[in-house]
Design a binder for this molecule. Structure first.
Ligand code: UD1
Ligand code: UDP
Length: 359
């Protein structure tokens, strides 16, 4: 079968790394890169480090409002379906690239599969929540990372299309953690000792696009008083620069602000950090898998199991709550297997093969 995979940004490249090579054993896969992320440090580095096959097509959609960006992708994807005639379209996660791939396939009546289906924050103010709900409505095969996701889809009347396969991102972090430990020199480059620094990432529109929220975030970093590395997402850098607050962050002595990091450096930092502060979905999960306590700078999460297991605390942008979370007792020794144990890629490929070969 010919599978057209539509991906376009950082977390999707990581997820595709668990699936693409395995998919190619039995299928003809074509990767379409929407161009939502285009800087080398958000895109090329992941193909290089994770061995993802090079994209067959580049759409060059670039940046813009959610609507404009999605519209550009839709317009570029439609003729590609005519040209490539895929038997299935495969999409990942919850970004504008996900929605564009899912919608164009549904409109053309091409079967489609959604990896990381069924995740919900129940916060419709997040563009990602809208993308997830709409992609799940549009797709035929809903491949879920957790039981929670299966339950969410059952409540929305989509249970018959859903299958539990585990989490693709978990496969990649489990596979690459030992490689990162061996190859990455990032701790040495930044003069960091294992267990003696914090790692932080922040990029959610809800946190950085509203100046009052962005200022709370700056104040939170000013209050930390502990060695912290912050690889800055370009959205966040742009908003800080526009507000004139990047210098404020750079003046915080214990804080090191860097460009976004490659996967191996980031993974090594995440596994050796004392704790992680983040508003990223993927990073919350990786923290759990790498046994690093996580403080989430949001008031909701899709990865509720990490909170229930005692390894993740939601503090929104409340600096006192963040400081308290960083001081709390160590998380429970017991860490249940939440995300499939590293074989989601195989299960995703098996589900796709079964679907495409069904009479
Ligand atoms: C997108 C996803 C988000 C995901 C994140 C992963 C949506 C709605 N959002 O958010 O769910 O968590 O990717 O990182 O799809 N920019 C650059 N260089 C790039 C790409 C972007 O400088 O290569 C800058 C541009 O100023 C752009 C801004 O970052 O306007 C935001 O990029 P965009 O892709 O729209 O959203 P993200 O915040 O990256
Ligand atoms: N990541 C990375 N370098 C960084 C920050 C994150 O390699 O500087 C990786 C991280 O390990 C995870 C993925 O990017 O695999 C998460 O992407 P992001 O936080 O941008 O998106 P989200 O998961 O929130 O959609």
């Amino acid at each position: 079968m010919r599978i057209m995979t539509v991906i376009g940004n950082r977390p999707q490249f990581v997820k595709a790394a668990a699936v693409s090579l395995k998919l190619r054993v039995d299928h003809d896969e074509l990767i379409v890169h929407t161009g939502q992320h285009y800087d080398d440090e958000l895109s090329r580095v992941f193909f290089d480090e994770l061995g993802i096959p090079a994209p067959d097509r580049q759409l060059g959609a670039g940046s813009g409002s959610n609507t404009a960006q999605t519209a550009r992708m839709l317009e570029a994807l439609e003729p590609l379906l005519d040209e490539l005639e895929p038997d299935m379209v495969l999409v990942y996660g919850d970004t504008n690239s996900t929605l564009a791939g899912a919608l164009v396939a549904a409109q053309r009546r091409v079967p489609s599969a959604h990896v990381e289906a069924g995740m919900r924050s129940f916060d419709r103010a997040m563009p990602e929540e809208l993308n997830r709900v709409l992609a799940d409505q549009a797709c035929d095969l809903l491949l879920c990372p957790t039981e929670t996701a299966i339950d969410n889809l059952a409540r929305e009347g989509l249970g018959e299309r859903a299958q539990l396969v585990g989490d693709a991102m978990a496969d990649v972090s489990l596979q690459f953690a030992p490689i990162a430990a061996e190859r990455s020199r990032v701790l040495e480059e930044h003069d960091l000792e294992p267990g003696e620094y914090l790692l932080a990432t922040v990029h959610r529109a809800g946190n950085v696009d509203v100046p009052a929220r962005l200022e709370l975030l700056v104040e939170l970093f000013e209050a930390l008083g502990e060695r912290t590395l912050l690889p800055l997402h370009p959205r966040t850098r742009a908003r800080l620069e526009a507000a004139g607050w990047l210098e404020r962050l750079e003046r915080v002595e214990a804080l090191t602000v860097t460009a976004p990091l490659g996967y191996l450096d980031f993974l090594r930092l995440a596994s050796d950090a004392r704790a992680i502060l983040t508003d990223s979905g993927g990073v919350q999960k990786e923290a759990y898998l790498l046994e690093t306590p996580c403080v989430t700078l949001r008031d909701t999460t899709e990865w509720v199991e990490t909170v229930e297991a005692g390894w993740n605390v939601l503090v929104d942008l409340d600096k006192n709550a963040a400081l308290a979370a960083l001081e709390r007792d160590p998380p429970p020794v017991e860490r249940p297997e939440l995300y499939g144990g590293g074989n989601a890629g195989e299960r995703i490929c098996a589900a796709i093969s079964a679907y495409t070969s069904a009479p």
